[in-house]
Design a protein around this ligand. Structure first.
Ligand SMILES: [Mn+2]
Length: 246
């Protein structure tokens, strides 16, 4: 059995303080036969080190915005949902996963965390920069989370292309921030027609270090590409685990 660490959201400043996660992430991992292990952002130190040793893969999930101070910017008026504790936790757990060379799948905010962790920056509000030629926030526009809303162009010869094919692939879109300057080792591997970076990977950091700006966990029922993405992720977790124990 493979154990996939799945990060969770934290709403700070409210009583009671609450940890949350959309169940779609859990179902997506379960659909591959792996076990999702929800990671509370309150873990640190030896307990976190110990838990990380038992994980075969890491999934960084969606949520509030990364604190812009992490990439030396002031907060845009539209920047919302910042949690210093979650940022600190996810940067720590990502660093451990990269050190151990376990596969990392980073979704939406997760892709942004991955980029910032390696020294990259974000566009804090997509409409300011990219206009409205491509709809990047389909729920605000009245759509459903499991609708394919815009294509991304996937680069040939990449990990992502190996998983879901190159060329145009339809995805959903629920984000108001995006990757700006790329972090170290990060390669852009998919874009929308407006030029926005929709996926990054870091082949020099490990066999499977992939960030996607869309939400494949919401598309499991409707998209073969989404199913292939999770199947490929967990297959990578299995082969890394096998290599470590052989
Ligand atoms: Mn998008």
């Amino acid at each position: 059995m493979r154990y996939i660490g799945v990060t969770t959201s934290l709403v700070e400043g409210k009583v009671p303080e609450r940890i949350s996660l959309n169940a779609a992430y859990v179902r997506a991992v379960q659909s591959t036969g792996a076990v999702p292990v929800l990671l509370p952002p309150h873990l640190a130190g030896a307990p976190l080190d110990d838990l990380c040793e038992s994980l075969d893969g890491l999934m960084l999930t969606g949520g509030g915005d990364v604190d812009p101070a992490r990439y030396d910017e002031r907060a845009h008026p539209k920047t919302v949902g910042v949690s210093a504790r979650r940022d600190r936790f996810e940067l720590a757990v990502l660093r451990k996963a990269l050190e151990r060379h376990v596969p990392v799948l980073a979704i939406c905010r997760g892709m942004q965390v991955l980029n910032v962790a390696l020294g990259g920056t974000l566009y804090q509000h997509v409409p300011d920069v990219f206009g409205a030629t491509v709809c990047h926030h389909q729920v605000e526009a009245g759509g459903q989370r499991d609708q394919v809303t815009h294509p991304v162009e996937v680069r040939r010869g990449t990990l992502l292309a190996n998983l879901i094919g190159s060329g145009a692939v339809g995805v959903n879109s629920m984000h108001h921030q995006a990757v700006h300057a790329l972090g170290q080792h990060m390669v852009p591997v998919a874009r929308t027609a407006d030029g926005l970076i929709e996926a990054i990977e870091a082949p020099s950091l490990g066999e499977f270090v992939l960030g996607v700006q869309w939400h494949p966990e919401e598309l499991i029922e409707v998209s073969e590409a989404a199913r292939a993405l999770f199947a490929g992720f967990v297959a990578a977790c299995e082969s890394v685990g096998a290599a470590a124990t052989s």
